[in-house]
Design a protein around this ligand. Structure first.
Ligand code: GLC
Length: 435
């Protein structure tokens, strides 16, 4: 029969197949190809993102596990970066500039979106989320994620500068919490003189982004400004800026703040405060749960209030916070959007708040009964956040901030007089912005 005949046309070096044998061989081959394709297509997709190492822990322990359990086809790979926002920004920046970036999601500080969007590194998310859905978030937080009217970042966790005081010490000595810069110095010195506490006030004075965040608060408290994002006017060489610097310098001169404060980031100040060495600190809301841990020597002894200010001026709280965008170079934008929807959802945020003590980006959670039962001060944080001061949302923000950090640090460490330093900082900023 024909189908049992060897194939005559095959080259000589190949074994002779019958039609029947060839049929079996081809079916087997097809089976193998189909199997490999099915296995490969079921391999989970990995979404990479980078964040500061301390931030990564609560993400990995909570939200990421939950997301992966609900989405078996997607893995989240968090790469742990250095513990300073500007250093993480540099890593994202160099990856995007060099091309072939490994990142799918971009975990952005509130100040990065204009730069990243202007450089073309982010996907435009405007059409993926309705104006109705955006109303769930703080307007300032959403605005910070826009560039030229388009949206590039959805807030995951908000942050706002907070002033903490040792309730127990003030009550025992008969003081109200300080309202003004002058009160702060006076009460600190009195407590220190009476040997109630070694240090008065802790703030972040190292040359890094935290210095700019802290400084906008003092500047606002004296009625000054840094850069007006609308007019690009620069306020660094004005009298209010010099008063703000003078206040910070006086905290060191008077021994209210330790000399080392000009080398401290958030963690160094937190450690000193937590170990009971200082009466006051400027920090972020993450400090609260840490100060109130079971093992903390200052558990239950800490009060919180808006930042101190000059008489008749506004109290300034810096708007911080983190949100997610999608890298334009990502091969998996649909999965990345799914992850963003999950991480910004009410349920995921609630879990995140309880676990890490972070502040949500969804407004309703600030007053959610479960949340308030654990953190009674969250409704107050919502108010403080609504009137918070923004660092200028400019595409050149990183350079603008670098200029301020360098000259402010020089003024605080007595390498330059404040006048000379701010004159130079203002001139350099104007040159950069072309004003
Ligand atoms: C916090 C804030 C962030 C800020 C940083 C400064 O992480 O959320 O906005 O830039 O501190 O250190």
């Amino acid at each position: 029969m024909l189908y049992r005949q060897p194939l005559k046309k095959l080259p000589k070096f190949l074994p002779k197949f019958t039609f029947w044998q060839l049929g079996v061989f081809l079916s087997l081959l097809l089976g193998i190809v189909l199997f490999a394709w099915t296995v490969l297509s079921q391999q989970p997709i990995t979404l990479n993102l980078l964040m500061t190492a301390p931030d990564a822990q609560p993400w990995k322990q909570g939200m990421v596990k939950e997301f992966e359990a609900q989405n078996p086809g997607i893995r989240i790979n968090i790469i742990e970066g250095p513990n300073a926002t500007n250093l993480v920004e540099d890593l994202y920046t160099s990856a995007f500039i060099l091309g072939d970036s490994p990142y799918d999601l971009v975990n952005m500080d509130v100040i990065w979106a204009p730069k990243f969007a202007a450089a073309g590194w982010l996907l435009d998310l405007s059409d993926r989320i309705s104006p109705e859905e955006l109303k769930a978030f703080s307007p300032k937080d959403i605005e910070a994620g826009r560039y030229e009217g388009r949206l590039y970042r959805i807030p995951v966790r908000s942050d706002v500068g907070v002033f903490y005081y040792r309730q127990d010490l003030l009550a025992a000595a008969g003081y109200e919490p300080p309202e003004t810069f002058a009160d702060l110095l006076k009460i600190s010195q009195a407590l220190q003189k009476d040997k109630k506490i070694p240090l008065g006030y802790l703030w972040q004075g190292k040359q890094y982004e935290g210095l700019s965040a802290m400084f906008v608060e003092v500047l606002e408290g004296f009625g000054g400004f840094w850069v007006n994002p609308e007019t690009l006017e620069v306020g660094l060489d004005r009298a209010e800026t010099l008063q703000a610097i003078e206040f910070l310098r006086s905290t060191i001169k008077e021994g209210v703040s330790p000399a080392g404060v000009t080398t401290y980031q958030e963690d160094e100040t937190l450690n000193l405060f937590k170990s009971g060495q200082a009466a006051f600190i400027r920090s972020w809301p993450y400090l609260w749960p840490i100060a109130n841990e079971e093992s903390s020597p200052i558990k239950g002894k800490v009060g919180i209030k808006p930042m101190v200010r000059a008489p008749s001026k506004n109290s300034g709280a810096c708007l911080g916070g983190w949100g997610l965008g999608i890298a334009k170079s990502s091969q998996h934008p649909a999965e990345a959007w799914k992850a963003i929807q999950f991480f910004t959802s009410k349920e995921a945020q609630k879990q995140f708040i309880f676990q890490a003590g972070y502040v949500p980006s969804r407004r309703e959670l600030f007053t959610d009964p479960d949340v308030v039962a654990k953190y009674s001060h969250y409704p107050q944080l919502l108010e403080v956040g609504d009137s918070a001061v923004l660092r200028p949302p400019l595409a050149q923000y990183a350079q603008v901030s670098d200029i301020l950090q360098r000259y402010l640090s020089a003024a605080l460490t007595n390498q330059m007089t404040p006048e000379k330093a701010m004159k130079a900082a203002a001139a350099e900023t104007r040159r950069l912005l072309g004003t």
